[in-house]
Unconditional design. Structure first.
Lengths: 462, 195
């Protein structure tokens, strides 16, 4: 059983590492997305445009925004109000959930349709709504699949990445009572039919947001399926739940980020739909929700803002490219992390959304190769932030006692040649104890030190 | 320059699974629409009430036996009853929706649809076939130019909701296999009139 807690990272990995089928599916999906992305980047250069310059520009936009977050949030809120969009601030998950539940109750809600939103996963909103007796339907195909399976997303942009077509076929025939098929087109058609009915009956639509434009008071939602458009236009009430870091100062700057996000996320120049939602319907002929409420969530984000060493994590535009490219993610896949946000960026965010004590192991789930920082469209220095979290965990004495002692001994040995030589002579006895999972490299006959003394090094070079 | 942008737009649209046609006159738009509708075996279509279509309101009638309603007609049909419900019902049963795009974006092959009372958001979303009409002098370079133009022409702030549409509705959530028409249109046609 995979545990939904970062404290079980190591245990989860042990279990998942035995599932070769899962690794095959995840590797195939991540490498396909990566190759589509790199084709587009190559094409971008071939058209005489500079992808690297675009990344730098995006980094500057995100830096400016996060460094002046309070100013832009005030600006955003003013413009939301001018446009007739209500705004609420939630300090943490439970406050956000109780806002939503209160609103739903006020509107006598029976059925909620949801479009994909990681923030609602973060605050475990679905459980709360279901407990309150409200029917909740996820409408993104991937999210619908995992909702039927009773699971959590394993990737932020491809939530059902870990499921094979056979898994999904079985799931649909079991839960929806349709004849078994593993044909993606037929499965998608079933979902369309079942979900269309829900869309038309829904009282409230809940979505996240990709960007919130401060100067115009606009909610921007990016998607391919059309489920976000349906969720945000058919019901009478639209609730947006999103993090405070999603603000972008201007329309122009949003355009820059819009160029980077789909390429990095799914290897597309543009997704099928980009919706710019400015205001609720003013008259019935608008045929859109008459009310829009935006809930801006903190939930640990201000703590990240205060920590200079990890602040860049708030630049994240949630493309998921760092997950696709990470050799650790490719091997262990999303559920192992036991966190809503898996992979490299998730390993920085999670300690602040939960506690460092329970999630410190995540930062060690990285080879520090830097592929994440290299692919990041907004140039977050991900691997160095992970390194900082490790050192901070050591400082806080969250690492095991025995580990800290061993490193103390190591330091003594490294500073004294006699202790070092003595320690080295013991290595051959320690070798079998090294690890159950890694092969220890064979020891050389003579140490470098001995070879040097005997003049062997010079002989070889001459 | 305009030709170059239009070519780029057509290339990108086709790449994302959309279909492109060029019309030399408004009458030709009619012909193309009718051809698409009859090819696809459509019986009903709903037409936007955008002023662009004013002279084409009678389009399709008699020629192919396809019933074309306009948004205005649905509105007057609703009378005192619930317009939104009627609109949903009509658009759920209709085969095709016909929209006007304020701009076309060359770099990405996108159509910029401003959702208003004369063409509400459902029109380009609920029917399985989406037909979008625009003019050749409305092709812009990229998203940032489209957003700038929307603002300078006072379309951005005045509209409650604007949508950039790039190809048909799609998903790759099952083993990364691309499927179109998951929640929205299966097919997207863009007709550009030379202006």
């Amino acid at each position: 059983m995979i545990q939904e807690s970062p404290a079980y990272f190591k245990e989860n990995i042990k279990q998942i590492s035995e599932d070769e089928n899962l690794r095959r599916i995840v590797r195939k999906a991540t490498s396909l997305t990566l190759s589509k992305r790199s084709d587009l980047v190559t094409e971008y250069y071939s058209e005489g445009k500079d992808w690297e310059a675009l990344r730098n520009q995006a980094h500057e936009i995100r830096k400016k925004t996060i460094d002046n977050l309070d100013t832009y949030l005030t600006d955003l809120e003013d413009h939301f109000e001018r446009n007739g969009i209500e705004v609420k601030h939630a300090i943490n998950a439970s406050e956000a959930c109780s806002f939503v539940l209160r609103i739903l109750k006020e509107h006598n809600t029976r059925l909620v349709v949801k479009s994909k939103s990681m923030v609602t996963e973060e605050i475990h909103l679905n459980d709360k709504m279901i407990e309150a007796g409200i029917e909740v339907v996820e409408t993104d195909l991937g999210e619908y699949i995992i909702q039927l399976a009773g699971e959590t997303p394993s990737h932020i942009t491809a939530p059902a990445m870990h499921k094979s077509r056979d898994d999904i076929g079985k799931l649909f025939s079991e839960k929806l009572g349709v004849p078994f098929t593993n044909d993606p087109a037929e499965l998608t058609a079933y979902a369309r039919r079942f979900l269309r009915e829900k869309f038309l009956k829904a009282d409230v639509g809940i979505s996240g947001a990709n960007f919130l434009i401060a100067e115009t008071g606009t909610v921007v939602i990016i998607e391919n399926e059309g489920n976000a458009r349906l969720s945000t236009t058919l019901p009478k009430l639209h609730i947006v739940i999103t993090g405070i870091e999603k603000v972008v100062p201007t329309l122009e700057e949003t355009a820059t980020l819009l160029k980077l996000l789909p390429v990095s996320a799914t290897g597309q120049k543009a997704t099928s739909y980009v919706s710019f939602i400015n205001s609720p319907a003013k008259v019935k002929e608008d045929a859109r929700p008459g009310k829009i409420i935006v809930i801006l969530l903190d939930n640990g984000r201000k703590e990240i803002l205060r920590r200079q060493e990890v602040r860049e994590a708030l630049y994240c535009i949630k493309c998921g490219a760092c997950m696709n490219v990470c050799p650790v993610y490719q091997t262990v896949s999303g559920h192992a992390y036991g966190s809503v946000y898996p992979g490299p960026i998730g390993s920085i965010l999670t300690p602040f959304l939960t506690t460092l004590k329970e999630s410190k192991d995540l930062a060690y789930g990285s080879s520090l190769c830097g592929a994440c920082s290299e692919i990041c469209p907004v140039k977050i220095d991900i691997h160095n932030a992970l390194l900082w979290i490790r050192s901070y965990a050591v400082q806080k004495k969250y690492t095991p006692f025995i580990e800290r002692m061993l490193f103390k001994l190591w330091r003594i040995a490294m500073e004294n040649i006699f202790v070092y030589n003595f320690g080295r002579s013991l290595l051959k006895f320690l070798q079998p104890l090294w690890s159950d999972y890694k092969d220890f490299p064979p020891l050389a006959e003579k140490s470098f030190h001995q070879l040097w003394k005997e003049g062997e090094i010079w002989n070889k070079n001459s | 320059m305009e030709q170059e942008l239009l070519n780029k737009f057509a290339t990108e649209l086709i790449r994302v699974g959309g279909e492109f046609s060029l019309a030399s006159s408004k009458i030709e738009i009619l012909k193309i629409v009718n051809k698409i509708l009859s090819q696809k075996g459509c019986n009903t279509a709903v037409l936007s009430s955008h002023p662009f279509f004013d002279s084409l309101k009678e389009m399709g009638k008699g020629e192919s036996g396809i019933n074309i309603f306009t948004i205005e007609q649905i509105l007057s049909l609703a009378g005192e009853s619930d317009y939104t419900n009627l609109l949903r019902e009509k658009l759920s049963q209709t085969d095709a929706g016909i929209n006007y795009a304020e701009y076309l974006i060359a770099e990405t092959g996108s159509a910029v649809v401003v959702n208003t009372q004369s063409e509400p958001s459902y029109l380009s979303l609920l029917p399985e076939i989406s037909i979008i009409v625009s003019k050749s002098n409305r092709v812009v370079k990229d998203m940032s130019e489209a957003l700038n133009r929307l603002r300078t022409e006072n379309l951005f702030d005045s509209s409650g909701c604007i949508t950039f549409i790039t190809g048909p509705s799609r998903t790759a959530d099952i083993e990364k296999v691309l499927i179109t028409g998951v929640h929205g249109p299966k097919k997207l046609y863009v007709i550009v009139i030379n202006f």
